[in-house]
Each structure stands twice: as C-alpha cells, then as structure tokens.
Design a protein around this ligand. Sequence first.
Ligand code: LLP
Length: 432
Amino acid sequence: MFVSDSLSVNEKHHLTIGGCDTVDLAEKYGTPLMVFSEDGIRRNCRKFVSSIEENYDGKGLALYASKAFSCLAMYRLCKEEKMGVDVVSGGELYTALKAGFPPEKIFFHGNNKTTDELIYALESGVGRIVADNREELARLSKLAAARSLRPKIHLRVKPGIDAHTHQFIRTGQIDSKFGFALETGEAMLAVKEAIADPNLELVGLHCHIGSQIFDIDPFEHAAEVMLTFMAQIKEETGVELSELNLGGGFGIKYTEQDNPEDFTAYMKRVAVVVKKQCAEKNLSVPFIVIEPGRSIIGAEGITLYTVGSVKEIPGIRTYVSIDGGMTDNPRYILYQSEYEILCPSKADLPKDAVVTVAGKCCESGDLIQENAPIQTVQAGDLLAVLSTGAYNYSMASNYNRVPRPLVLAVRDGKEHIIIQRESYEDLIRNDQ
Ligand code: LLP
C-alpha cells in the first residue's frame, strides 16, 4: 500500500513507521520532524551486500553514497552493515571519520576537490580517490609525492550514456561537469598519464550515469561500455585494471505510479553483462563497486509537519501551509519531484481533497507539492510527506533562518534521536 514496507496504519488509523505511531512521535518531539526506519535502511544495506556476495562471489564492495543523507549515526550504521561509503567533500569525510568509519573503505569523489580536501583525503588514508580531471591528477601527484604516499585511484569516466531522468541529476552523458569523456579520447589520455605517474596507483575506473533511473538497460549498457574501455586499455597499455565502480542511481518509489524494479534485479542483470563482457574480452572479472544512495535511504524516511493554515482561493486552489518547506525539502522547487502526502491521523481514510502544500518561507515558490490528493485537513492537523529520506535533510538550508528539523531513527518499534533540532543559538554560532 505504501512506498515502503516500513510504513503501515494502526487500529487508530494512524500512520506508523517501523512500528511507531507517527502522531505520538510528533506530539513527543514536535514538528517538523524527520523519521527514519532504521530496520528498513539496514534491510536495504543487507540486500546490496548480499547481492555482491551472490553475483560476484563477494569480490566487490557496496558503498553508501552518503550525499543522500550524512550524519554520524548513518556512517556508524554503514560500518556495522559492512558497507563502504562514498564521500564528496571534506565535511562528509570528517563526519565519516568522526563516526569511526574505517578510512580504507571510504571512496573520495568530487569534480572540484580543493587542495585542502585532497591533503585531508591523502593524510587520512582513504581507500580510493576518484580523480575527475587532469588538473586534479597533476595536483594529487605532487601532493602525494611530497608526503611519500602513493594513493590508489580511480578515474571517473563519462560513458556517454544519457539515462532518462531529470536533467540536473543525470551525469553520464558527454555534456556533464563530471569526469573524463570517452568519445573525445580524453579518458584514454588520462589513463595513460595516470599509469605513467609513479606517485599514483591507478587501480580502476568509475562511472555513474544518473539518479532515480527505473530502466535496467542503461546500467547494462554502462557496464558494457566500461568493460569495452578496460579491454582497450589492456590492449593499448598492457595494463589490466582490477576494479570497476558502476555507481548508483537505482530508482525508488515516490508515488503510487512509480514502479521501480527491486534493486536486486539490477544487480543480477548487470552481473550477467559484466561476466559475459569479461569472458568475451578475455578480462578477469574486476572487483565490482556500486554506490547506491537513494535506494538505501530514500523510501525509509518521512517528514512530519503541522498545518498552520488552510487558505482556499475559490476557483483557483487551496494552499495548506506547513511549518517547514523548501528549507528541509528543496526537491520540488529544484526538480518538481512528486511525493505522496497524507494526514497521519487519518492515514487510511479516503483522500477527498486536492491541495497545494506550501512551506513557511518568504518565497512564492516554496512549495512541497501542487495538486496533491490528501485527506481534508485543517489547522493543527499533521501532514506526512513520504520518501523524504534521500536528498532532503542533506540539501536542507537555513533560508529565512529556519532551523533544521529533529531527526529520529526507529528500530524494533523504539525511536531515538540521531540529529537534534537546530536551535536559534545554533543559527548564530558563526556570526561575529
Ligand atoms: N555516485 C555518484 C558519483 C553520484 O554522483 C551519486 C549521486 C551517487 C553515487 C548516488 O546516486 P543515487 O543512488 O542516490 O541515485 N539531489 C538529487 C540527486 C543528486 C544525485 C547526485 N549524485 C535529488 O534530490 O534527486
């Protein structure tokens, strides 16, 4: 019935997550409130870890793309679940290390890593640095030499695949700020430079074709393109690279209409292509890395708000204003993302109204959804937006000096705080 198995409705008609009544949680902790099903997140992690086991005899690693939602508790959970993590900034790296995450299982990404970030990654001994461009390769080489280090690196390659998704979240095509292009010969040139560089150890390649992708075909295609390139590298340089990172991007359910395949199906089908390509091209099956973010956490998080006013504009629309908005969820403004919204105190009652859910910011575009079907609500009612686990809190801002919400994780029917609500004091912490 819902976007995740972690969600249900109890005998009071209240929405539950991980067995906890969301109405009780909102009463106890206030709103806006984000709640994650820790059991659901762990379930997803385990599915990815076991699909590496099943499809590649364990010769691979599932990384959690921590840009989707980054905090100490999430890195601790990933460590317990035997995942690696992908970080894209010094801040994510710092959080992971503070959580006690093993540095050798951290992969450092980014299209414009600063010198300070490269030094930080080198000195903390991250597992792989994924180099994005030639300037970075040259800079990294110098920084490594100065420290007598020889980091293991991957090169980020644009495989030239235009996966069908929103233009801001597709990344594998030639017109992208990320990585080296295959078509232009740029990628081969970078590979040769990296192989020749005594300060760097090129061990593999990386690609990521986009996010919220439902079709399996583009993933299969990407694997084929990357292995063709690896065979070409072997032919031209004699070097057989031993690792291949195929990125993340598996789509999740936001609304009833979304019907993504279970991500274990992607894993299976891509593995078939990988093995077939390797056999045909006389390559050993590389160590396979994947880096899902959204599919681990997206559908396992919800946001609870309180309705402050219901403003009906006859013949036009009805605005339902809530105590959060673009500051905790900028995805509607950015991508016109669709969400399922409901009133958690009448979760299984028919949705008899169609409303526009507006945030509290001083900005007309601050909307969470337009024309959303929902139960009839009035001021004081709660509202739940589902599938807000990925790229919501992590893209939150303090626009209008709105503090970020409190975040709970629910496990075995019990909740605990994983991020405190920001206070007004927090907001002025760096002001002079
Ligand atoms: N690896 C790389 C190199 C990435 O750039 C990304 C996402 C991932 C892995 C994880 O992709 P996922 O499995 O989560 O789809 N803010 C956008 C999504 C941006 C995705 C950025 N990169 C949104 O809210 O939809």
